[in-house]
Design a protein around this ligand. Structure first.
Ligand code: ATP
Length: 870
């Protein structure tokens, strides 16, 4: 029997998998993809069409409608019964289609943020989508990567992996290439294997893929990926809550109307029941929840087009009420395009291009810069590949004809301690003419403290307080100009061996290299826009306080009276002190990802909704904690993307501000659509209650009300969801996240506008009654109600008059109006529909009355706005 992979040596594993050290060939990879299928877990249990369809009926409001249909049947109104059932089924079909459409679009959004892997194929390093990885692929792993397949580790440099998705153990485990000879070993003890679904938290490694898709430990144990079902957003939950309450109110009102009709007006029980049915149908906003979902979904699609990929639907709402954005500096606010400016070594500060290679210290500086970094230049395009800070160093080397790959192969790396933003250092060990030498680069405040000596042109001298002070002075000068300063040091080691963190001390300080990372031009505008919108932008960075403050000033984040604190100061602050200073702190410098949680929590303690950006592995907890966690699509690690609610496809701060604008606009549009639907319903409710109290016949048939609620009202409501963002939307303060949507202004609009619509419908009813009788009265009331609500769609586009909003501002609202009018005309004038909709023929005068009356509420509302506007 074949030994398990962890009992094979790397060489045996490669042989068994039929791979060479250069990886699979493109052809092999294609064949294996065919053979093993895409590297995906089997889909979780999907709901069937039937199950989703059945779910659409599990609603109290639907139950009320079913009761209404049954009552209609017993009262001899079979058409109504059939129509109600037809409508219920249609509604359920729409709901089902909606569900699967939403699921599909979520899937495509998820696919946009799916993990990728760096593989070696045909000897070339390339990035492929995670599902294209096949057994035999050689995968490169580094901190922040999500491991997409099971594999045998071929080489590793201080690799640490979090396997909590498999073992439940949250502590990261060390992995190495060394095989353990043994029979049965527990998963976590297979130290030379890496497993799909685990996260690289530290170090680097290469592994050869031994299993993909369901043929992985993860595939065998469980399918963690299926947990990512979307939950309802707070708004959707609020609306569900509202519907529940509405159902109860409707039942009570129906009962009261029924009793009043029977006992006060002496109406027959069946007639009274018809009133109750009409009322129930009038009051239930059948299309409300689908419309909210549609508008939210349209919002996320619009955001995706603008580079903000929404992973959680609820982020759309939260974005609208964001009060503070805590943003990383490098790459988000700045361009992350580093260029070396001045360098300092052996007591001289000169432009990088004037480096003296004859000077020992200056030469050593360049040597460390090239050897102690991983970046390379693409031979064809000349573009840098890797961390931009390191690309700048390699470019500096290039300037002096030092070809990084050649130079590195002449001085092979024997061991390394990878860079991480907590330590702010990176070290590599090389054999040199002077024996094994540890080269370290990193944050100056960290490295200077650990330096006991200084390299000069005349050799190594002790680090005296004066020399220290001079270096600090140079650093301050450079940092004040917004330059990032990197320090370089070296240390001879007695022997070549694996490195530990304890080795990073007792250095000989070599020099400084400063680089410029210009702000993104759009950052300045976006910060100003956010400020106008009442949103505070705070910079959080691993960079030096002076550098960070200089950049923050350029971008407009740091203003007179603001504070900048660094990680140490933050740690020394009590929560109470932090709470007091929080509103004034514009810059957090030299902070570790762990500090980010503290900052977010402090803002949340103030009751603020906070967005937080992050790209590293350690940023994940803060991204989860923030109300809107924002990950970087280009430079972000898979771990951070996994934890975020939104991913920026362009890593750009300005995109967050755009997303906030969209979030606000989506919320405003939903609010307008709800106001529109509810005020229209209110009109119908008031008319029915009035008719029952006045002892008139039922003004609307259930068919009429369903026609309005589901067809002619849905169109303008969706059009309201497409309303472009109002120009003044970013001049307002953020919305209070705890305020209910059903606030006083909303309720007074719903009631006031509903009253006007109800009144004109009843006037039409009386005209019809005088001119023809009950059938004509009902036809006129129904037509006026429909048309008045169609006109009302324009009123709900905003709070300003239509002249200000501009009719062409939202072409969809015109289309919705036109289609609604057409549908109404069909019902009124197509003889075949007369029986179904129980309408009586109308003449020209009656039609004129309908149009004038229906327009009246809109005229009044618009007039009042024009007057108020003046
Ligand atoms: P952000 O603003 O997004 O936090 P940052 O680049 O300023 O980004 P880190 O990447 O955490 O923050 O870097 C913190 C510090 O570590 C830098 O100011 C620099 O001194 C040092 N540093 C950055 N990159 C490297 C690297 N590749 N090797 C060694 N030191 C580095």
């Amino acid at each position: 029997m074949q030994k398990p992979y962890f009992n094979l040596s790397p060489k045996e594993t490669l042989e068994q998998l039929g791979v060479t050290a250069g990886g699979l060939t493109g052809q092999q990879a294609a064949q294996r993809l065919e053979q093993y299928g895409p590297n995906r877990l089997a889909e979780g249990e999907k709901k069937s069409w039937l199950a989703v369809f059945a779910e659409q009926f599990k609603d109290l409001l639907v139950a009320i409608l079913i009761v209404a249909a049954i009552i209609s049947m017993f009262s001899g109104n079979l058409e109504s019964t059939l129509v109600i059932f037809a409508v219920l089924i249609l509604n359920a079909v729409l709901g089902t289609v909606q569900y699967f459409k939403a699921e599909k679009s979520l899937e495509s959004l998820k696919a946009m943020s799916a993990p990728s892997a760096k593989v070696l194929r045909d000897g070339q390093r390339m990035e492929v989508p995670g599902d294209q990885v096949v057994p035999g692929d050689i995968v490169e792993l580094e901190a922040g990567d999500l491991i997409v397949a099971d594999g045998r580790i071929l080489n590793s440099w201080s690799l640490k992996v979090n396997e909590s998705s498999l073992t439940g153990e949250s502590e990261a485990v060390e992995k190495s290439r060394d095989a353990i000879e043994g029979a049965e070993v527990a998963l976590g003890d297979q130290k030379n294997m890496a497993f799909s679904g685990s996260l690289v938290t530290y170090g680097r490694a290469t592994m050869v893929v031994t299993g993909t898709g369901m043929d992985t430990q993860l595939g065998r144990i469980a399918s963690l990926m299926n947990e990512t079902q979307q939950r309802k957003t707070p708004l959707q939950k609020n609306l569900d809550d509202f519907s529940g309450k509405l159902a109860v109110v409707i039942m009570v009102i129906c009962a009261v109307v029924f009793l009043l009709s029977v006992f006060r007006n002496g109406m027959g029980v069946l007639d009274a029941l018809m009133f109750a049915v009409a009322l129930a149908v009038a009051a239930i906003p059948e299309a409300l929840s689908s419309i909210v979902t549609i508008v939210l979904a349209m919002g996320t699609q619009k955001m995706a087009r603008q580079n903000a990929i929404i992973k959680e639907l609820k982020a759309v709402e939260s974005l609208g009420s964001v009060q503070v954005i805590c943003s990383d500096k490098t790459g988000t606010l700045t361009q992350n395009r580093m260029t070396v400016q001045k360098i300092w070594a052996d007591g001289t500060l000169t432009p990088g291009t004037d480096l003296e290679l004859a000077n020992d210290a200056q030469r050593a500086l360049l040597k460390i810069a090239v050897l102690d970094s991983d970046a390379t230049m693409n031979a064809e395009s000349g573009a840098g590949v890797g961390d931009p800070t390191e690309v700048a160093l390699v470019q500096l080397g290039n300037y002096f004809y030092v070809d990084a790959p050649v130079y590195r192969s002449q001085h092979p790396r024997l061991a390394e301690l990878a860079f991480d933003s907590d330590r702010k250092l990176m070290s590599t060990l090389h054999n040199t003419d002077d024996g094994p030498m540890l080269y370290t680069k990193g944050a100056i405040d960290v490295l200077l403290d650990r330096s006991t000596h200084l390299l000069t042109g005349d050799g190594v001298v002790p680090m005296t307080p004066e020399r220290r002070a001079e270096i600090e002075k140079v650093n301050r000068e450079l940092s004040e100009n917004g330059l990032r300063v990197l320090a370089f040091a070296q240390r001879p080691l007695p022997e070549a061996r694996l490195l530990t963190l304890e080795d990073e001390q007792d250095y000989t300080f070599v020099g400084l290299i400063s680089m410029i990372d210009p702000p993104r031009p759009e950052s300045v505008k976006a910060v100003a826009e956010a400020k106008k919108a009442g949103i505070r932008t705070v910079m959080i960075t691993g960079d030096h306080k002076v550098t960070a403050t200089a950049i923050a000033k350029q971008i407009g984040i740091f203003e007179e009276g603001d504070l900048a604190v660094d990680g140490v100061e933050l740690e020394n602050m009590s929560d109470a002190e932090l709470d007091e200073k929080l509103p004034h702190i514009a810059v957090y410098a030299r902070v570790s990802p762990e500090h980010k949680i503290r900052i977010v929590t402090a803002w949340q303690r103030r009751g603020c909704i906070a967005a937080m950006t992050g790209d590293g592995v350690n940023d994940a907890p803060a991204l989860k904690k923030a109300d809107v966690g924002v990950a970087m699509g280009i430079t972000g690690t898979e771990v951070s993307k996994d934890a975020a609610a939104m991913i920026l496809a362009d890593d750009n701060f300005a995109t967050i501000v755009k997303a906030v604008l969209n979030g606000r606009s989506v919320y405003a549009n939903i609010r307008n659509a709800i106001q529109f639907l509810l005020s229209g319903n209110m009109g119908a409710i008031l008319a029915v209650i009035y008719a029952s109290l006045a002892g008139l016949s039922v003004p609307f048939q259930p068919v009429h009300l369903l026609f309005i609620n589901l067809l002619t009202d849905s169109l303008p409501a969706i059009a309201l969801g497409m309303e472009p963002a109002r120009p003044g939307l970013m001049d307002q303060k953020p919305r209070d996240p705890n305020a209910s949507m059903m606030d006083k202004p909303m309720l007074s609009h719903v009631f006031g506008q509903g009253l006007m619509i109800g009144v004109v419908a009843m006037i039409a009813f009386y005209i019809g009654l005088a001119q023809g009788g009950a059938a004509l009265a009902s036809t006129m009331a129904f037509s006026t109600l429909t048309l008045a609500r169609l006109f009302h769609g324009f009123n709900c586009r905003g709070t300003e008059s239509i002249f200000r909003l501009g009719l062409s501002g939202n072409p969809y609202s015109l289309m919705a109006f036109g289609t609604g009018v057409l549908l109404l005309a069909f019902v009124l004038f197509v003889p075949a529909l007369e029986g179904l909709f129980l309408v009586a023929p109308i003449n020209g005068f009656q039609l004129l009355c309908i149009v004038v009356l229906a327009f009246l509420p809109t005229l009044l509302i618009q007039l009042s706005r024009v007057i108020r506007g003046k």
